[in-house]
Design a protein around this ligand. Structure first.
Ligand code: NDP
Length: 259
């Protein structure tokens, strides 16, 4: 295969993507990478940081808007999808990136904390899939749904993240279930399981030398990753390069799960 044909497989020109949590970290890197490969991007989230991502994409010559969307509110998710379809005329790619974490010993985790994490990481992700899936089914053009899970959806840990583990584990099998259910509509659903990535979410870990060393050394590559190192997999799952792939969970984890 020539290099040009190889590049064509990743071309996203004319496609419209919606990313949840585009203000920073992995979500922002995903937005920029999708735009670099030609997609227009609906950036969603809560904070003002999302507008900076929109501005960066606009400077690249791609179309982008910010739609406020708290994924724990299914009405916000419906509105974000409806706005994407209204403003861009279509929705081809959904990246469910928005996420939150908690660190509490399992024996002391309050009900409110359990509900807060699940409302974003699993319930929020499900209703975003539902809203986007419905629009994709109606449009009859198929689509791509990319769920950001975690290595913690596969392995346990002793650090007091049991609720986070549960939410991310749910994403893995939800991804498989939706892949089976929506294959008949040409909607491919895959997940990405990052290892530890240098973002706001992991800042407190990097600031705790002992915990940082412990977790860093569980990666075969002996380092945390960067958001950009996750974004390549997002482009892959969004593009024709993965057109025979659905229901999969790809670990981008520097070998954390290879032991
Ligand atoms: P950050 O904490 O840097 O960013 C989180 C993003 O999620 C922000 O853009 C934030 O938006 C958004 N967000 C949080 N809550 C909501 C909500 N209720 N509604 C909409 N948006 C929300 O996290 P990362 O970039 O590190 O993580 C991104 C994803 O990757 C998460 O799902 C996380 O679980 C997962 N992940 C991260 C790993 C890591 O090591 N960093 C490892 C494995 C998985 P806003 O700024 O608008 O509030």
């Amino acid at each position: 295969m020539t290099k040009a044909r190889c590049n064509d497989m990743f071309d996203l020109s004319g496609r419209v993507a919606l990313v949840t949590g585009g203000s920073r970290g992995i979500g922002k890197a995903a937005c920029i990478a999708l735009a670099q490969y030609g997609a227009d991007v609906v950036v969603t989230g809560i904070s003002s940081g999302n507008q900076a991502t929109v501005d960066e994409i606009n400077r690249m010559g791609r179309k982008s808007i910010f739609v406020r969307c708290d994924v724990s509110n299914p009405e916000d998710s419906k509105n974000a999808v409806a706005t994407a379809v209204k403003e861009f005329g279509r929705l081809d790619i959904l990246v469910n990136n928005a996420g939150t974490a908690t660190v509490e010993p399992a024996e002391d985790t309050p009900v409110e904390e359990y509900d807060r994490v699940m409302a974003v990481n699993l319930r929020g992700l499900f209703f975003m899939c539902q809203a986007a899936g419905k629009a994709m089914i109606e449009a009859k053009r198929g689509g791509r749904i990319i769920n950001i899970g975690s290595i913690f959806g596969r392995v346990g840990s002793e650090i007091g993240a049991s609720v986070y583990h549960a939410s991310k584990g749910g994403i893995v099998v939800l991804t498989r279930a939706l892949a089976c259910e929506w294959a008949k509509y040409g909607i491919l659903v895959n997940a990405i399981g990052p290892g530890f990535i240098k973002t706001e979410m992991t800042k407190s870990i990097e600031e705790a030398p002992e915990l940082y060393r412990l977790l860093r050394d569980r990666h075969a590559l002996k380092r945390f990753g960067t958001p950009e190192e996750v974004a390549g997999a997002v482009v892959y799952f969004a593009s024709d390069a993965s057109r025979f792939v659905t229901g999969q969970n790809l670990y981008i984890d520097g070998g954390f799960t290879a032991w």
